[in-house]
Write a new protein. Structure first.
Length: 116
């Protein structure tokens, strides 16, 4: 019977990248996502919190956010040829483990009905 030994030439950076991605998928890393209009360089939206991200086959960025001990929110950001996004690791900037913010940057304000 023959034995095969495979050696992995993984660098320290490869291992660190893998570990950081796993931490984010277990909601252990706080992130900030900024979505830009690539034609105008204007910020369209920002989101921050403990989130896992992925891209789906519908050209959407899927953001799953932990907002409580066993509570999650799933958000979709549609991507096209005019949008791009940046993801930053901002772990350690807040003390609330269920911190979550979502900002839309637009010149058009929604209609709001105010009742006394």
């Amino acid at each position: 019977m023959a034995s095969v030994l495979l050696l992995c030439g993984c660098s320290e950076a490869d291992r660190a990248n893998s570990n950081i991605s796993k931490q984010a998928d277990y909601f252990e890393s706080e992130r900030k996502i900024t979505v830009y209009n690539a034609r105008t360089d204007k910020v369209i939206m920002e989101a921050e919190g403990y989130m896992s991200i992925s891209n789906n086959s519908s050209n959407e960025l899927v953001c799953t956010v932990k907002v409580g001990p066993d509570t999650y929110r799933k958000n979709y950001i549609y991507l096209n040829s005019y949008t791009m996004y940046v993801v930053e690791d901002i772990t350690g900037t807040h003390t609330d483990p269920y911190h979550y913010k979502l900002y839309f940057h637009t010149n058009v304000l929604p209609s709001v009905e105010v009742k006394p």
